[in-house]
Design a protein around this ligand. Structure first.
Ligand SMILES: C[S@@+](CC[C@H](N)C(=O)[O-])C[C@H]1O[C@@H](n2cnc3c(N)ncnc32)[C@H](O)[C@@H]1O
Length: 247
């Protein structure tokens, strides 16, 4: 299934949950604070900007933000919140599309590098980030740590969330390093809505190698946006890669 088919009108219509979930102030606030700090006086470019969950509050903080995004329905949703002058968006693939100008910060959050389903595309994405950055510029990635310790031999799926009205489960293809996330949401009438998204999972060490291949150095890695220490038990990480000041 192609990403354009996954992120269709229906997905775009249901994406925003103002004030709750990934739109909750305690989730979004620290991310926007950190990205604003890393952008400094420069411009920011968000790969896979989506409906502007992060780009809109970051632009409101005074950081000029441009986006690259594949899905027109997601951009249409963004346009209900910010016009083209405030947040320009290039329609295209973040592994290859070029946005005009230079940036002090490129960021790719909410696990979205994993939406690129091959290693080659993920490496190309790093190279594309590097292409847009000024010397000393940073590429920030938010990504989960693969949870294969939860997958006993012979099992192909894990349930990672089970709560009233919602079940989330992942199915694995370990050979291809692929996982398909299944999100079941149950309505009042008991009917279920299913949203599925395929991903290629990446361990931090592989991510660092991709970064090196594109000319980056790892500057920091934390377990969350507020700067918690990254440990063997961390479920997710915020990795900040930097292009040397002199190339
Ligand atoms: C989970 S959403 C994240 C959106 C936004 N960054 C956020 O944090 O809310 C994933 C987004 O990635 C976009 N996307 C997936 N593959 C892409 C690609 N190759 N190039 C550009 N955008 C892509 C989808 O259309 C969707 O809008």
């Amino acid at each position: 299934m192609r990403q354009e088919e996954i992120w269709d009108i229906e997905a775009a219509r249901h994406y925003d949950t103002p004030g709750v979930g990934m739109f909750a102030p305690d989730v979004l606030g620290p991310a926007v604070d950190r990205l604003a700090e890393l952008a400094g006086d420069g411009r920011a470019l968000e790969f896979a900007v989506g409906t502007g969950r992060v780009a809109v509050p970051l632009a409101e903080r005074g950081v000029p933000v441009t986006g690259i995004e594949l899905s027109v329905p997601m951009i249409d949703q963004l346009r209900t919140k910010a016009d083209e002058t405030t947040i320009p968006v290039i329609v295209g693939d973040m592994a290859t599309a070029v946005a005009p100008g230079e940036y002090s910060l490129v960021y790719l959050v909410y696990n979205t590098i994993s939406n690129l389903l091959t290693q080659a595309e993920q490496v190309a994405c790093f190279r594309n980030a590097a292409r847009h950055l000024t010397p000393g510029g940073r590429f920030v990635i938010e990504l989960w740590v693969p949870e294969l310790r939860e997958l006993p031999p012979g099992r192909q799926a894990t349930v990672w969330s089970c709560e009233p009205g919602y079940i989330g489960l992942d199915t694995y293809d370990v050979l291809r390093q692929h996982v398909v996330s299944h999100h079941f949401t149950f309505g009042e009438d008991g009917r279920a809505r299913l949203f599925r998204s395929p991903h290629r999972y990446i361990w931090p060490a592989e991510l660092d190698l991709m970064a090196q291949m594109a000319g980056f150095q790892l500057e920091t890695r934390h377990a969350d946006w507020a700067g918690a220490e990254f440990t063997a038990d961390s479920r997710s990480h915020i990795s900040v890669y930097r292009i040397p000041r002199e190339r």
